[in-house]
Design a protein around this ligand. Structure first.
Ligand code: ADP
Length: 313
């Protein structure tokens, strides 16, 4: 790739001090390295406690790293911390506003915090972008949860950073609001903003992100274009409905797992490198089972995630 990465993370280590006497210090990041390319939507996934927030908080300047280095838009977070911070907008997990400020004031104050002169502030433009212009002068405490989240995104964009980071932006958010938030993220990305997000919704990461990194126990265990990552799932499932009840699950050495599903249903998990669905059916028929109906399930990101981390999301 000839363009510089938006973010470069090199051998990042974070050890949190021991929380109390007799307790071990916590190694939250064990030497993580990866680049976030410019211009895409990059997903950072991992089970709870994997180290995602630690990593993002190091980039945000909220947590001090133990060792390693990171560059944001070419600026080292130690040597050029001011420029590094100006190059990134962070949307935190928690909603934090002074309830007595209006959305307009929240953005104006934040612009002031970044030293942006009144004439150069983008508060109105940003309120329009996140569809809060009509709430411009309402107290922040009267906004709905979804409006507050949109205001947080506008707030993170006040200084026009080339990179926007969203930490679990849709945790606990309803389906409609999630859709709206993703639409907004997509629009910002289309305007050239590099987006990094952490999420628990694997299906969403699969749809939205063009590249995904997975961390587990403080280690990077995958970093690939989404399509290649999903393709890593070796296991596939064929579900069949038989013409009669089965008492015990059929078995065969080539099957990874067989489960009964309801009275006449059988689910066969197999390794797609060794078998195909046709061969699975042929094996069942050889065993004297008559198949009435068949569905296959494609592997998805969740399968890969479970394979790599050994946990459900
Ligand atoms: P994630 O965001 O992936 O859920 P975190 O980065 O929050 O993971 O946490 C990574 C690990 O570091 C966890 O084991 C967590 O308990 C620990 N940890 C996080 N923050 C602190 C802290 N301030 N002090 C001590 N340990 C912490």
């Amino acid at each position: 790739m000839d363009t510089e990465p938006a973010i470069r993370i090199d051998n990042l280590v974070k050890e949190y001090a021991s929380p109390g006497p007799g307790e071990a210090p916590k190694l939250a990041l064990k030497g993580v390295s990866f680049d976030v390319p410019q211009g895409g939507i990059f997903g950072l996934l991992g089970p709870n406690g994997a180290g995602k927030s630690t990593l993002i908080n190091i980039l945000a300047g909220l947590v001090t790293k133990t060792s390693g280095s990171a560059e944001i838009w070419g600026f080292d977070i130690d040597e050029s911390s001011r420029n590094a911070k100006r190059s990134i907008g962070i949307v935190p997990q928690e909603i934090v506003f002074d309830p007595f400020f209006t959305p307009f004031e929240v953005l104006e104050n934040h612009g002031g915090f970044y030293g942006i002169g009144k004439a150069d502030r983008r508060s109105e433009e940003l309120l329009k972008a996140v569809r809060l212009f009509d709430k411009r002068d309402a107290y922040a405490r009267t906004l709905s949860g979804g409006m507050k989240r949109r205001l947080l995104i506008a707030k993170a964009m006040v200084h026009s950073p080339p990179i926007l980071v969203l930490d679990e932006p849709t945790a606990g958010v309803d389906v409609e609001l999630r859709r709206q938030l993703w639409e907004l993220v997509g629009e910002l990305n289309a305007q050239g903003v590099t987006v990094v997000l952490t999420t628990h919704y694997l299906e969403e990461a699969e749809q939205l992100c063009d590249r995904i990194a997975i961390i587990n126990h403080g280690e990077l265990i995958a970093n690939k274009p989404t399509r290649e990552l999903v393709d890593m799932a070796r296991e596939k499932i064929v579900s069949v409905t038989l013409d009669a009840d089965v008492e015990s699950a059929p078995s065969h050495e080539a099957f990874t797992k067989v489960e009964l599903a309801g009275e006449r249903g059988v689910e066969v998990t197999y390794d797609k490198d060794k078998l195909n669905a046709g061969q699975v059916l042929a094996i069942l028929q050889e065993q004297g089972l008559k198949v009435e109906d068949v569905t296959t399930r494609e592997a998805d990101l969740e399968d890969v995630f479970v394979q790599l981390t050994g946990t459900g999301a």
